[in-house]
Design a protein around this ligand. Structure first.
Ligand SMILES: [Zn+2]
Length: 317
């Protein structure tokens, strides 16, 4: 009854993006972060091996043909779920023009496997040696958030998914360390708004992983599909379940400064942990005690897969 769509049959649109010089970008990001955090440093460094703890990613690096990608979209969930929108994330690197590659990000879990709607934290790679799947889902079970590792061969995402995609190679990346939030923006919104302010209509996109090393964060988890249509953000917030998750949390993220004309969601971050908490990241709830460490890469292009034909702006936070 649940047929996975073949990505080769879906509409794929690609747009190349503006890539500022690395050093200039580091300065732009650092100066914005220092207006939102008491302490912040942005450096260009060799990417640490992200397959190791605490990151536990499926590939060691974020380099080689970096892209941001979005498959489906929020209109597949709101107002009413389109359950037939079921994608195999194994097909995403090829749709992005990569024979081999890694991806990470934020999507909706495979309802036929989980048995209900859920949050998905995709984290997988395809190499010559084979496939590696370290993806998780987080669902609501008896009122509580429950994180589960997906089986090695289960890499479907339903409805919507935002991803950072690359060859997963080592190389230079942006290392961002900041702590003690003093402003109103969450970590990713602060970066995104800085890019938007500096580069205006030229779209700059980034993605990768960040760790909430200290503190707690507000997350949401989607419960099972809503029986009644979701008409606005009020309905959405009544339906979602909100929790507080504790550090250390591994957060998979992608962000764009502006929409490059492809109806992109501008930021989307999902997190997982070794202690079983996870979900959709909103913001830290302990500004005085929070500390972030990120490894992010600039994207060369944005790839939009199976964009909904009827769209809206509800539920994109
Ligand atoms: Zn989400």
């Amino acid at each position: 009854m649940a047929t996975t769509l073949d990505m080769e049959q879906l509409t794929v649109k690609c747009q190349s993006l503006y890539q500022p010089p690395q050093i200039e970008l580091a300065v732009v990001l650092q100066s914005a972060l220092r207006k939102n955090f008491a302490d912040a440093t942005v450096r260009v460094v060799d990417c640490p091996d992200l397959t190791q703890r605490p990151f536990n990613l499926a590939a060691p690096g974020l380099c080689g043909s970096p892209r941001v990608a979005e498959v489906g979209g929020v209109p597949n969930l709101i107002p009413s779920p389109r359950r037939e929108k079921l994608y195999s994330l194994w097909q995403v690197p090829a749709a992005c023009g990569l024979q081999h590659g890694m991806l990470l990000g934020a999507g909706a879990g495979p309802w036929p496997h989980v048995g209900k709607n859920s949050e998905m934290i995709p984290n997988l790679s395809i190499t010559e040696a084979g496939r590696c799947n370290k993806s998780h889902v987080v669902s609501v079970e008896e009122g509580a958030m429950v994180q589960t590792r997906l089986p090695a061969d289960e890499a479907r995402s339903a409805l919507l998914c935002n991803m950072f995609v690359s060859k997963g190679e080592p190389g230079k990346v942006f290392e961002i360390v900041c702590e003690k939030r003093t402003g109103a923006d969450n970590f990713i919104s602060c970066l995104r708004k800085a890019l938007q302010a500096r580069y205006n209509e030229r779209t700059v996109a980034m993605g990768g992983v960040f760790l909430i090393e200290a503190g707690k964060a507000k997350v949401h988890v989607m419960p099972d599909f809503c029986a009644t249509p979701i008409r606005n953000d009020d309905d959405l917030n009544k339906w979602l379940r909100f929790y507080e998750a504790s550090a250390p949390m591994v957060c998979c993220t992608s962000l764009l400064s502006t929409d490059p004309g492809l109806d992109f969601r501008l930021e989307h971050t999902h997190c997982f942990s070794e202690h079983g908490e996870g979900g959709h990241y909103h913001c830290d709830t302990t500004p005085a005690g929070v500390r972030y460490r990120a490894y992010l890469q600039l994207a060369e292009s944005a790839v939009r897969i199976d964009a909904p034909t009827e769209t809206h702006q509800i539920g994109r936070d």
